[in-house]
Design a protein around this ligand. Structure first.
Ligand code: PLP
Length: 306
């Protein structure tokens, strides 16, 4: 969040930002409940088409804020398209690349100006650091971001940086295993009688599959699904899981399960949540590095009806 807050300070009161509508709940809260009070204006929309973005552009629009795959629905934004629209209209593009990591997605190659990461997640990978990073593409942006880091004190401690650098050493190995396990979990959930829908960009049925296949080197370790039976089924699932820990956060070696409507996205107003499709039945899994048979056994047991 410090990385994101820093980037938002590149803007001035009166500027307008177009943001994806199904972004991380904390990012939505930063925009809606903090930055808006400083005079920034926001439009939230599904970034799935050039026309929708262009229609939202106003004379004071300065920034396009993207997240792909998004949290928790794992929607995919076509970065080449988004960067092209932004260049035509002179907008700064920022992407939150926390879910994909630089191992699976290299946004700067598609023309994105700034990349932010929660290093708390996959980059560190062991759930023992809270931190963030801003990746810049020009000397001018580097200078501005460094000035803000120094002025606002939004920088990470040396020890936390050391832990993240140590974590990055195993990033490729971890990401490959996260993806292998997530893909098996997604395929197990598809067609399970207690599951309505599965959200994983690696599934052919995912609306963003073709774009993801083109722009990413892998589909990542996050899987969301909508359980049948609403809140009651969610409660049962969360009480029953043993190997998946019921917790927010993601991207660590251990598998986690969480309920966006009451946890990661509780700060998002209910109407906004429903409008973007984060229903009460949705459960988000951060699939860890454990033995895949154990993970699937855990899910099978937790999803049994009654
Ligand atoms: C967790 C998360 C953040 C916020 O990161 P913190 O490390 O908790 O400050 C931002 N974006 C995404 C996509 C996240 O998952």
């Amino acid at each position: 969040m410090a990385a994101e807050a820093t980037v938002m300070h590149l803007l001035k009161s009166g500027d307008h930002v177009i943001s994806g509508d199904d972004i991380y709940g904390g990012t939505h809260r930063l925009f809606q409940n903090v930055m808006q009070d400083f005079g920034l204006e926001f439009t939230f929309l599904r970034m799935d088409g050039r026309e929708a973005i262009e229609r939202a552009i106003k004379p004071n629009t300065k920034m396009l804020w993207l997240e792909t795959p998004s949290n928790p629905l794992l929607n995919i934004v076509d970065l080449e398209m988004a960067a092209d629209v932004a260049k035509k209209h002179n907008l700064m593009t920022v992407i939150d690349n926390t879910f994909a990591t630089p191992y699976f997605l290299r946004p700067i190659e598609y023309g994105i100006d700034l990349v932010v990461h929660s290093t708390t997640k996959y980059l560190n990978g062991h759930c023992d650091v809270v931190g963030g990073a801003v990746v810049t593409t020009t000397d001018e942006l580097t200078e501005k971001v460094q000035f803000l880091l120094n002025s606002m004190g939004t920088c990470a401690s040396p020890f936390d940086c050391w832990l993240v650098i140590r974590g990055i050493e195993t990033l490729p190995v971890r990401m490959n295993r996260h993806e292998e396990n997530a893909s098996a979990v997604a395929n197990f959930l598809v067609g399970h009688p207690s599951v309505n829908r599965v959200f994983y960009p690696g599934l052919k049925s995912h609306p963003g599959h073709e774009i993801a296949k083109r722009q990413m080197r892998g589909f990542g370790g996050m899987v969301s699904f909508e359980s049948k039976g609403g809140m009651e089924a969610v409660g049962r699932f969360i009480r029953r899981i043993k190997l998946f820990a019921p917790a927010e956060s993601l991207g660590g070696t251990a598998s986690l399960a969480e309920h966006p409507a009451t946890m990661s996205h509780a700060a998002m107003p209910k109407e906004h949540r429903e409008q973007v499709g984060i229903t009460d039945g949705i459960i988000r899994l951060s699939v860890g590095l454990e033995n895949i048979d154990d993970l699937i056994d855990d899910l099978r047991h937790a999803l049994e009806p009654g």
